[in-house]
Write a protein that binds this ligand. Sequence first.
Ligand code: HEC
Length: 447
Amino acid sequence: MWEYPDWNVPRLGGGMVIAAIATIHVLVAHFSVGAGFLLAIGEGRARKTQDAVLLDFLRLFSKVLLLAGFVFGAITGVGIWFSISIASTRATSMLIHTFVWFWAMEWVFFLVEIVAGYAYYTTWDKVPGTVHRALGWTYAAAAWMSLFLISGILSFMLTPGEWTETRDVWDAFLNPTFPPTVALRTVSCLAIAGLVAMLVANLSRSLDREGKTRVINFSAWFLSPLVLMLPFAAWYFAELPQLAKDLITGGAVAMMMFFLFGIVASTLVGLYAYFGLIRARRYINLETSLLLLSIAMIATVSMEFVREGVRKPYLIYDHLYSNGLVKSEIEKVNREGVLPNAPWATLATRAEAGGGPRTGEILFNLQCSQCHVLGGFNDLVPLIRPWSRELLVYNLDRIHELKPFMPPLVGTPEERRALADTLWELKEGSGDRGEEAAGNDQPGSGS
Ligand code: HEC
């Protein structure tokens, strides 16, 4: 069950550490994939129309890709592996074992991507134009293939589809949200690359105003697919499990807001790009391009946040809970208890306390700390402050009904009581608002 040590990050929690690293990674990776198409398409066009200004710009842009994309992409990519493997060891292990050959393919494409990208950057003017363009297309294709492969694995976690029954890796990979995920991410990649290009054009010292406008109008083409965000998001939504749909349509207000924001903001930027920049051939300055890029990045992160958020209470839907428990193990843990099934946790608290294991704390660490950090992110004390002791005990057994994005509490009746005691002590011992609330509760909490 809980065969691995758990990882406690004060204030933030392991999940937020993953989220912080993954957010940077997603943005950089999206840029890196989109930049491949912008370079390959741009170079083709610049050579055909003998546009030296655009060609010069692309040379600069390939440097930005190498410095920003490759360096930050690689560092944060490794960071994701480190953080997920200590925060969600079991899920990481399951993903590696299920998709071993897909990971292998992903790494091959990643290697091709890095080699081709580096060769592209270093061979400007050193190889014939056609060869250089071929390098650009090789980079773009390999980068997109790694997006394609990683999307199958990520979308599997939300909609494992037939895999839950067949355990067939192809069922896992070709899961219901895989195609819309690829579509949504491809659109975001192109848009982010186009917006970074506008920013770079504005920052470039060698381009005059006319040259900047030309580059901006060209880059705007990569933003116009954003108008497809709405139909693609609807397609994605249609493939979601019912509970995830419920979360988006009001079950979790944050999910609904982020989903709507992501779609609306993307669509607006897409419309502006088409009507303002392509049709009316407008120029945008440094501040505006930074603003548009920020909006697109926040919209992308919002959609990713929804993708991660609506998967609750699971890491792998209908199979592995956020707290590392496999669904079919619930009965066994309720019978035998959490402690006998969590050797690391009992070991750690025994060593610290120098006495018996602190059951309530262990239960909290193993089952709640993935989403609730005491004194930090999504703290539990404010959430239970108005509750009487009876209500707390009653609700703990039903947290998965109270808020269906939480896994059910597992453990023997004694262990559950220990968790209730621990939470009650925390609440009683915290702040003066706690005393007030406890005072109000007094009549009801006679126990
Ligand atoms: C998968 C993530 C996740 C896990 C695991 C989780 N929770 Fe929650 N819990 C949440 C979220 C999100 C909220 C909503 C917070 C809010 O409304 O501000 C919540 C809310 C709550 C609330 C308030 C409910 C209400 O209706 O007001 C309580 C109590 C609670 N959690 C207890 C627990 C306990 C105890 C555990 C461990 C046994 C736990 N949770 C595990 C995500 C989780």
